[in-house]
Design a protein around this ligand. Sequence first.
Ligand SMILES: C[S@@+](CC[C@H](N)C(=O)[O-])C[C@H]1O[C@@H](n2cnc3c(N)ncnc32)[C@H](O)[C@@H]1O
Length: 215
Amino acid sequence: MSDRDDVRRAYDEITATYANERTTTRDDEAAALEALFDGLPDEYRLLDAGCGQGTPALEYALDPSNGCDPELAVGLDLSRGQLETATRLVPDAALCQGEMTRLPFAANAFDAVTALYSLIHVQIDDHPAAIESFARVLRPGGRLLLTEGWTEWTGSNPNWLETGTEMHWSMAGATATRAQLESAGFELVARGEFRDALADEEDARFPYFHARLAE
Ligand SMILES: C[S@@+](CC[C@H](N)C(=O)[O-])C[C@H]1O[C@@H](n2cnc3c(N)ncnc32)[C@H](O)[C@@H]1O
C-alpha cells in the first residue's frame, strides 16, 4: 500500500474524530481567509484542495457575506469518509474525490485555491507537482493560501488523536515551499503562522503562505 493509500484509509477511519477536534475556525484562519478573498472579485470561484470535512475554507467562503459563487465552491479530497462528513457540514459545496497532484479541472478554472493542512500529507517529492497543479487551475492573478511545516519532516503518529489509527505527514519546510511557489509562478503576498487548528495541540504553529499567480 502506498503512503497516499495509507493517508486516505486513515482519514476514512478517523473522519468523525477529526471533525469533532476541528470545531471552530480560529481568528487567525478567518483573518487569512478574509485577506485572500478580499483580493478577488465578487462571485469568485474557489477550490479547496484537501478540503476534508469542509471547514474552515468552504464554510467561510460560502457564508453569503463572503462573496464566493455558491455554484463554484468546490472541495476535493482523497478520502471518501472526509467527503461524506463534508456533505453534512458544507452541503452547498460541490465535492469530488481526487488527488491534488493531478487536479481534474480545466486550466484557469478558479480564482482561489486553499490547501490547509493537506499538502503536508503529500509525499515530499510530489509537492512541486501539487503546487504546479494549483497554478494550472488558477487564472492569472488568482490567489493561493496553503499551510506547511517550518522544516522538512517526514513521520507518522501511530495513535493520532487517540484513535488507534496511524497518520503520516510529509512536510517540505517553509524555505523549500517558498522556492516551489516561486518556481510555479507565484508571488508572495503575505506569510504568517497559524496556531494549530486542533483543540489538543494549542502550542503548535504552522507557517502559511498567501500567494498570487503572476499575470
Ligand atoms: C488535516 S486534513 C485538513 C482538512 C481541512 N483542509 C482542514 O483545514 O481541516 C487533511 C486532508 O487532506 C486530504 N489529503 C491528503 N492527501 C491528499 C491528496 N494527495 N489529495 C487530496 N487530498 C488529500 C486528507 O484526506 C484530509 O482530508
